[in-house]
Design a protein around this ligand. Structure first.
Ligand SMILES: C[S@@+](CC[C@H](N)C(=O)[O-])C[C@H]1O[C@@H](n2cnc3c(N)ncnc32)[C@H](O)[C@@H]1O
Length: 313
């Protein structure tokens, strides 16, 4: 089983539970054994049951945490994985564990950063996107789906908590503890507590369909866990509070790359020019002449552009 075969991830995670002054940063933390059990079960649901899509695949793992599921993708046959994670300490753990298991460096890459910024500035040519444990740590679902639509992977695997609502609703929740390494990273648009939206299953399906992703399967967690003693971190799957769905992209895949880096149309996009997230974003398009270059800088910093005025005096 995956978690038992590769215990280094759980070991490193247990070691980094404590801050330098010795206080525990995750009072509700899972023990190493619980983590391994959870990894075993999630591996079956997310990877073993989807083996056909990982063979030789290039994979993008969003919110990759300490890389355990990026590694799982490689062990299921993926040729390359890129993990995107906001917290540097988790990327360090991932690098350490990958090196510990002798994973060839050319088969993986980790990008440390806010995944919204990374998706906006980088072009990804991948077959499978993993969005595991993230959709309930954000309220920017349409932005995420817009980016994924333009990444246009063949498959998308989403693992998320869902509410029990039967309508397509999103429940507004205050993130419990942003210090927790599993929670939303510091949010550029929050003041104090971070707000997130948890989807219901119908809203998850609507969201996916609206951006060209058809749900191919919804893993039968109830069947897998039936009759077994409750396992920490897994009980939520057993009662339908968390789902793992596999989707196929129905839109057009292009090899030249969609305009993911360019962002949504300027008139309808978010206030990217003013928000903290946008400050590090590079100009979206290569400009041609001095006027375009100047306008590109002006647009990204002020939201305004120069226009030629023909005055007749
Ligand atoms: C619940 S964990 C999920 C980890 C892993 N994907 C899994 O399924 O076990 C959520 C992860 O998302 C990361 N995260 C939260 N907000 C992020 C953001 N805006 N950009 C990148 N990573 C983020 C957190 O640091 C954390 O590692």
């Amino acid at each position: 089983m995956f978690g038992d075969d590769y215990p280094r991830f759980a070991e490193l995670s247990a070691l980094s539970e404590f801050t330098q002054d010795g206080s525990n940063r995750r009072p509700d933390r899972r023990s190493e054994l619980e983590q391994r059990n959870r990894m075993n079960e999630r591996y079956e649901a997310l990877f073993a049951s989807n083996r056909d899509i990982f063979d030789g695949a290039r994979v993008l793992d969003l919110a990759s945490h300490d890389g355990r599921y990026s590694f799982a993708a490689l062990k299921t046959g993926a040729a390359h994985v890129t993990g995107v994670e906001a917290r540097k300490s988790l990327i360090d753990n991932a690098q350490e564990a990958f090196a510990f298991y002798g994973q060839p460096p050319e088969t993986y890459r980790f990008v440390c950063g806010d995944l919204f910024e990374v998706l906006a500035r980088e072009k990804f040519d991948v077959d499978v996107v993993l969005c595991l444990g993230f959709l309930y740590h954000t309220y920017r679902h349409t932005e995420l789906m817009y980016r994924l639509h333009h990444v246009a992977p063949r498959h998308l695997i989403v693992d998320t908590m869902v509410t029990h609502q039967t309508q397509p609703t999103l429940k507004l929740i205050r993130e419990k503890n942003v210090e927790d390494l599993r929670s939303a990273a510091a949010d550029p648009y929050s003041v104090g507590r971070v707000l997130v939206l948890r989807p219901s299953l119908p809203s998850l399906e609507l969201l996916l369909q609206s951006y060209g992703f058809d749900v191919e399967s919804n893993y039968d967690w109830q069947g897998r866990l039936a009759g077994r003693p409750p396992l920490p971190g897994l009980a939520i799957y057993a009662h339908g509070g968390r789902v793992s769905v596999r989707c196929r992209f129905q839109g057009q895949r292009t090899t030249t790359g969609p305009p993911a880096q360019t962002g949504p149309p300027a008139q309808t996009g978010p206030p990217a020019q003013k928000g903290p997230a946008a400050q590090t974003a590079p100009p979206s398009r290569p400009a041609r002449g001095w006027r375009e270059r100047l306008n590109s800088v002006l647009a990204s910093t002020t939201g305004y552009q120069l226009r030629r005025v023909h005055s007749r005096r």
